[in-house]
Design a binder for this molecule. Structure first.
Ligand code: ZN
Length: 335
């Protein structure tokens, strides 16, 4: 995004805090004028303090290092996070379900607090450098598929805060079961773990001998097995990957048909495949989903988000909230 549209534009002083709560670590950052100036990282779960206490501890340590009070704190959590800032699901950190993190942080530290879904925070990071005067859809291919939709620089959150969860769009009602309770969700096919599942299915059918040989057994095949052998030019890996790309193209095309965004940004570990991913994706979209391509200038691009991206995006929640002139999500019924 250009300078005039930078969501960090006009900010100074001791900045804003962003906290990325992951399944294994909590990363907190202080961001001043768009740049990370301080970083605190601790494990999110082990014996001892609860995950809520650990978040408070990270915020406390970031504040100790700041000369003046930052203007707020944003927190990204994996799961369904309501407009009231309360998570109703949190698969990696069940201790956060129902917790009023925003209320706790604002009452303990006197800071406005903004709580959101981690994929929305990643979407904000993916939008860095893009024009804010546009619609951008971010899709993150990880264990599942996360999503975030920004319109004119602001996150679209839907009625309850649960918008942009493309991973649970059903693409095959007879497909594999999903932890969400459904069946055949997009992320069962087109995530890193979905790639592994497609490969194991091919192996069970006797079509992926080289993958079985490499992994040692069918059960040991994971997405990385496929991507590694793909780079080596293995035909079995290529066949599985072609199937994966078809499902990726299917989902991306459906989202383009629904939203007609300026850009779809794909991130996650698999984007390291670069043109091996984007070239066939483009080809399949043209051939199999032409309506998502014809008469459009929508760009489908990849972004390698660094490990700070989620925390940086969480920090921007504060600035986005202030720009909207809306109150912080610091307790029930607010925002
Ligand atoms: Zn699902």
């Amino acid at each position: 995004m250009n300078d005039s549209a930078e969501i960090t534009d006009g900010h100074s002083g001791d900045g804003v805090l962003g906290i990325d709560v992951g399944g294994t670590k909590i990363l907190g950052v202080r961001v001043v004028d768009g740049e990370i100036v301080d970083r605190v990282r601790i494990p999110s779960q082990s014996d001892g303090p609860s995950v809520v206490e650990r978040i408070e501890s990270v915020v406390g340590r970031l504040l100790e290092n700041a000369d003046n009070a930052p203007s707020g704190v944003g927190v990204g959590i994996a799961g369904f996070v309501g407009l009231d800032g309360i998570a109703t699901t949190a698969p990696n950190t069940p201790g956060l379900i129902g917790a009023d993190i925003g209320g706790l942080l604002s009452s303990r530290f006197g800071l406005p607090a903004f709580i959101n879904n981690d994929a929305n925070c990643a979407a904000v990071a993916a939008a860095r450098g893009r024009s804010a005067d546009s619609a951008l859809l971010a899709v993150t291919l990880g264990t599942g598929i996360g999503g975030g939709f920004l319109i004119n620089g602001d996150l679209f959150r839907g009625k309850h805060g649960y918008a942009a969860e493309p991973g649970h769009m059903v693409v095959d009602p007879n497909g594999p079961e999903c932890p969400c309770g459904g069946r055949g969700c997009w992320e069962r096919f087109s995530s890193g773990s979905g790639l592994g599942w497609l490969a194991r299915r091919a192996a069970v059918a006797g079509n992926a001998q080289s993958l079985v040989a490499d992994a040692g057994s069918i059960d040991a095949i994971v997405g990385e097995t496929v991507s590694r052998l793909l780079v080596d030019g293995d035909p079995d890996a290529k066949a599985v990957f072609d199937e994966f790309v078809f499902y990726l193209a299917l989902g991306v095309s459906n989202l383009i048909m629904l939203l007609d965004p300026d850009e779809v940004v794909i991130s996650g570990g698999l984007v390291a495949l670069g043109h091996r991913l984007t070239d066939p994706l483009e080809d399949v979209m043209k051939v199999s989903f032409p309506a998502a391509v014809a008469h459009r200038s929508t760009r489908v691009s990849i972004a390698e988000l660094g490990e700070d991206a989620g925390a940086w995006g969480a920090a921007q929640l504060v600035i986005m909230g202030q720009r909207r002139g809306r109150g912080p999500v610091s307790g029930k019924g607010v925002s």
